[in-house]
Design a protein around this ligand. Sequence first.
Ligand SMILES: *Cc1c(COP(=O)(O)O)cnc(C)c1O
Length: 355
Amino acid sequence: MQEFPITRAAVLKPKPDSKTLKFGKNFTDHMFLMNYTASKGWHDGRIVPYGPLSLEPCAMVFHYAQEVFEGMKAYRTPDGGVQLFRPYENARRFQNSCERLCIPTIDEEVFVEAVKQLVKVEADWVPNEPGTSLYIRPFVIATDPSLGVHASHTYLFAVILCPVGAYYAEGINPVRIYVEDEDVRAVRGGTGFTKCGGNYAASIRAGERAEEKGYAQVLWLDGVERKYIEEVGSMNVMFQIDGTVITPKLTGSVLPGVTRKSCVDLIKSWGIPVEERLLSAQELFDAAQAGKLDEAWGTGTAAVVSPIGEMTWEDKSVEVCGGKIGKLTQKLYDTLTGIQWGRLPDEHGWTVKVC
Ligand SMILES: *Cc1c(COP(=O)(O)O)cnc(C)c1O
């Protein structure tokens, strides 16, 4: 694999205090860039000082949102090294997202190498405090200077990095969620299975409304029948009902999370039955009211797992697991974070060493 050329920043920034890091506020000294043109394909991969991009106001991404992104992390291990968690899963999902948005795909090896080489240059930025990590945001944007609605002929791929604090600085507190019955996040045939900015733009209103009512996240229903549970906020969601773990199946409108997949693998390896299937809000609330809902939690790279302590749907509210984190949720959190930060043996071959 090629070594990408590096242009070093003349002045390095002071590192922020890793005890008080905010999500997505401080970016490192360098970024990765690579361009696409129809004649050259993807070319000129390079590591350069982090800084503003210059784009035409008519650049396609600003108007038609031809854009996709990824979210992953680099973790500091006890031996002082740095590692990634299942980066090829992100590379493949990035390709699937690109394909749906008519963006030319990037070779998986090139994607992972871009991330690895950039993280290696910025290894000093990977924080040490418990629970902290270096968040990695690869993204690609359509750059054609034209308002015509068609696939762009030119693109920019970039990777930026920001150190992030422990998600649960004050301990894991189960959240209150609200079943959204007006807005939908995605529909089958749309872009729900991709990580594209447009999905997020469409989800902001429901999130803001839920927050105003005192809820942390919304529980999304499917966009066609408004019956089936799909995701919670920007996380996948799992429920343990009468011992069995149920998670919405990947119908096309659900994002195939790396954390979701890893949780399913772990839960199966522990001998607990897992079903990937349609689950209606009715079935979920019936189970809760019958006392059969053992635990409920969201999964995603940022929080790893996020326990749900209370759910509201129309005029019905149910408490989950006494408003406390459940045993299985805690075990998933401990196991996944143990593997990610290198405190537990990686029996599944999920981690990739950077340095
Ligand atoms: C990123 C994302 C997830 C979680 O995916 P991970 O790979 O586990 O981080 C879930 N839902 C949505 C909508 C997402 O964008």
